[in-house]
Write a protein that binds this ligand. Structure first.
Ligand SMILES: CC(C)[C@H](C(=O)O)[C@@H](O)C(=O)O
Ligand code: SF4
Length: 479
């Protein structure tokens, strides 16, 4: 070694490295690392994990680090657990309440205005903080990465592991940076960015990676927009998505109930400001997009990568490059009730769903309301707005957005996952076509035989008032 007068130059580190390294408790020879978990979010699918603990006689190690709220199974027509028709699902929602009470975990139930989709509630309460490791037994935990956290979904037995030990075994992922340069055009939003990213890299493009989103267009997004982008990282196959925290993050977090206050806030802020990646820190892969090239996007198939600008046409299976892809496309078109070459704007919709952990925030409500204000839902279309939390609902009502939606003929519901997945009974009937602001368009996702087209809240609102998939930019010009 040279003499001590040469100070060692620290290796430039990414945001991911700066969160991962201090959370590693130990490493195993097989490459797995044991990570300390700062925050464990728990939803109503977690009864089996609590049962595993009971069978082993184990207690919840850090109930103060966990937080629970029911979302998947809750009714959106009322606030009564008794209105969950399926007894098994009702039992799951009740179990979350009882397991939380028994183990001392903070719980927001249906009688609490703060209840909602766990990925909306965590950030809203300031439970999801920059620099932290956040887990939840749900794939869309990636959402919380928008706060500058490392947040990922885990399986049921891992939920039990975290409850019992406050740690989780993970293989270190690779890193990818997705840079979105420039500015979005009018009528184009965060949802269109992430759909364009998935169009570029594919539904498996992020496999084994954590994606950091960067660039001028990401910096310009609100926290809601960043959450929308990070939320769908999982639909690009990635383990997690993240955005480096900045003043937008800090302003949004300040004063939230669970965010640090006073001197603790100042100390946290000083730490958080050092989180963004160092100049020269390398990524395993980098992808660049130009925001100005992104149009309002809509999916046509049964994978989020089956996505096109709204100005596009249903693709033709005979253009497929191999037989396997051709047959898959034929199956998709049959399921979706589409003909090759049809303009996407010709597709009539039966249903519209505005909500979910992707687009159930106040900014999403505002953007949908702006489009429907003074217009009417098209004949024969059933359109629902489901706020992501009770607090989003309350805020929207304070702004009069519920009145705008009701006057236009949309239904204004209570908070929950609702028609994103339909496990609470809110389903799209077989064969019906739904314009949906959620994140998955899989076969049967919104109910058996349902046909889902993913798009932004503004685009969903445009479909509601015209009765077909519509380029929202046509409705934004002066009336
Ligand atoms: C039910 C739950 C485990 C699931 C997930 O992991 O994402 C659901 O939230 C979904 O969106 O499909
Ligand atoms: S809103 Fe949809 S994607 Fe989000 S957690 Fe609920 S079911 Fe999953």
């Amino acid at each position: 070694m040279p003499s001590s007068s040469f100070a060692a130059t620290p290796m430039p580190r990414t945001l991911f490295d700066k969160i991962w390294q201090p959370h590693v408790v130990m490493q195993r020879d097989d490459g797995q690392s044991l990570l300390y978990v700062d925050r464990h979010l728990v939803q109503d699918g977690s009864a089996p994990a609590f049962e595993m603990l009971r069978q082993r006689g184990l207690a919840v190690r850090r109930p103060d680090r966990a937080f629970a709220t029911p979302d998947h199974y809750v009714p959106t027509g009322s606030r009564e657990l008794a209105d969950i028709a399926d007894p098994e699902k009702r039992a799951m929602a009740q179990a979350l309440r009882d397991d939380s009470a028994a183990s001392g975990i903070r719980f927001f139930g249906l009688d609490d205005i703060r209840q909602g989709i766990v990925h909306v509630v965590g950030p809203e309460q300031g439970l999801s903080l920059p620099g932290s490791v956040i887990v939840c037994g749900d794939s869309h935990t990636a959402t919380h990465g928008a706060m500058g956290a490392l947040a990922f979904g885990i399986g049921a037995s891992e939920v039990a592991h975290v409850l019992a030990t406050q740690t989780i075994w993970q293989r270190k992922p690779r890193t990818m940076r997705v840079v979105v340069d420039g500015r979005l055009s009018e009528g184009v939003s965060a949802k269109d960015i992430i759909l364009a990213v998935i169009a570029r890299i594919g539904a498996a493009g992020g496999t084994g990676h954590v994606i950091e989103y960067a660039g001028e267009a990401i910096r310009a997004l609100s926290m809601a927009g960043r959450m929308t982008v990070c939320n769908m990282s999982i639909e690009a196959g990635a383990r997690a998505g993240m955005v480096a925290p900045d003043d937008t993050t800090f302003e949004w977090l300040a004063g939230r109930p669970d965010a640090p206050q006073g001197a603790a806030w100042d100390a946290s802020l000083a730490r958080w400001r050092r989180l963004p990646g160092d100049d020269g820190a390398g990524f395993d892969r980098e992808v660049r997009l130009e925001a100005g090239d992104i149009a309002p996007m809509v999916t046509w198939g049964n994978s989020p990568e089956d996505v096109l600008p709204i100005t596009g046409h249903v693709p033709d299976p005979s253009d497929a490059t191999n037989a396997e892809r051709r047959e898959a496309m034929q199956r998709t078109l049959a399921y979706m009730g589409l003909r090759p070459g049809q303009p996407l704007t010709d597709l009539a919709v039966d249903r519209v769903f505005i909500g979910s952990c992707t687009n159930g925030r106040i900014e999403d409500m505002r953007s949908a309301a702006e489009v429907v204000r003074g217009r009417r839902v098209a004949d024969g279309v059933e359109a629902w707005v489901v706020p992501g939390s009770g607090l989003v609902k309350q805020q929207a009502e304070a702004e009069g957005l519920d009145a705008v939606f009701r006057a236009a003929g949309l239904q204004w519901r209570h908070a929950g996952c609702s028609m994103c997945l339909g496990t609470n009974g809110d389903q799209v009937p077989r064969g019906q076509r739904c314009a949906s602001t959620s994140n998955r368009n899989f076969v049967g996702r919104q109910g058996p035989g349902s046909r889902t087209h993913l798009l932004s809240p503004a685009m969903a609102a445009a479909a509601a008032v015209t009765g077909r998939l519509t380029d929202v930019r046509e409705l934004l010009s002066p009336r």
